[in-house]
Design a protein around this ligand. Structure first.
Ligand code: PAF
Length: 281
């Protein structure tokens, strides 16, 4: 696997490479990332991974400084996964001067995760557009665990007419259901044992909606109460339309998804379950 940190070098290495599939990451790679790399191989002749912990998408109280950086282990995993090129710029490579031009997503950037992480999606959209301009891929893959991120990036790509197919990869889970996440390392042993409750609850809500329950507020309130009784601090549990993550209206729901973010100790966990079946669409 070739490793490049400079934009010019990466561009030179990508000449005449055929169809390029990119998987942007912030490193500390787990099986969820590796599944995206493997999937990328089915979409492109050349697979590019990026590793960059993007300061722009972290708020002042977020975990930018302690975000796990595991570059050597990440390179081993990417090599084993057959990735062709890794773009791992330093901050001075990607932001040689303060970034003054940004991508400002629409109102959805202030809802759900955006309500609790102001500016987050602006930072994500800005760095991803910049990475797209640098790598110039035909395909880009992102995990569905970050469901709102995937929706924002899909809509950005469509509205700005970028010639890139956005592919969403299924969430990879531990045997007990916990979604794999770089932030799971913040969980103590006891919290790790408690953590699968989030997915179990989302599964229960999904089943209830599938079987016709329409009182979403009650489902959301009950789930929040159960989490909070068990030591979590919940930001939101929300049943939304998959297409635009807005609140479903009676009679014109379309496919739904239930999303949640909650803090357990030092870890802020997010997860979601798409709702399949009669009541979910
Ligand atoms: O999902 C992530 O790891 C990041 O938000 C991304 C898409 C790499 C942008 O920094």
């Amino acid at each position: 696997m070739q490793i490049h940190s400079s934009i010019a070098e990466l561009r030179a290495a990508l000449k005449h490479r055929g169809r390029v599939a990119v998987v942007p990451t912030m490193g500390n790679l787990h099986a969820g990332h590796i599944a995206l790399m493997t999937d990328a191989r089915t979409h492109g002749d050349t697979v590019v991974a990026t590793i960059f912990v993007n300061r722009l998408q972290f708020g002042p109280n977020d975990d930018f400084d302690r975000y796990p950086r595991t570059f050597v282990a990440d390179c081993d995993k990417l090599t084993a996964a057959g990735v062709d090129l890794l773009f791992a710029p330093a901050e001075t490579d990607l932001y040689p001067e303060p970034q003054q031009y940004h991508v400002d997503p629409p109102e959805i950037q202030n809802q759900l995760d955006g309500e609790f992480r102001p500016g987050h999606f602006r930072g994500v959209a800005t760095v991803v557009l910049k990475l797209f301009n640098i790598v110039q891929p035909q395909v880009a893959l992102f995990g569905k665990k970050d469901y709102q991120q995937l929706m924002v990036l899909r809509n950005m790509t469509r509205q700005l007419a970028l010639p890139i197919d956005i592919v969403g990869g299924e969430t990879v889970r531990a045997d007990d259901g916990l979604a794999l996440s770089s932030r799971n390392v913040y969980l103590s042993a006891a919290e790790r044992a408690e953590a699968p409750r989030l997915y179990r609850l989302l599964g229960r809500i999904s089943e209830a909606v599938r079987y016709g329950e329409r009182d979403f507020l009650r489902l959301e309130r009950d789930a929040t109460a159960e989490l909070d009784r068990n030591g979590w601090k919940t930001d939101y549990v929300a049943v939304r339309r998959q297409s635009d993550l807005q609140c479903p209206q009676h009679g014109e729901d379309g496919p739904l998804v239930v999303l949640a973010a909650s803090r357990l100790g030092a870890a802020r966990l997010i997860d979601n379950v798409e709702i399949a079946g009669p009541g979910g669409r």
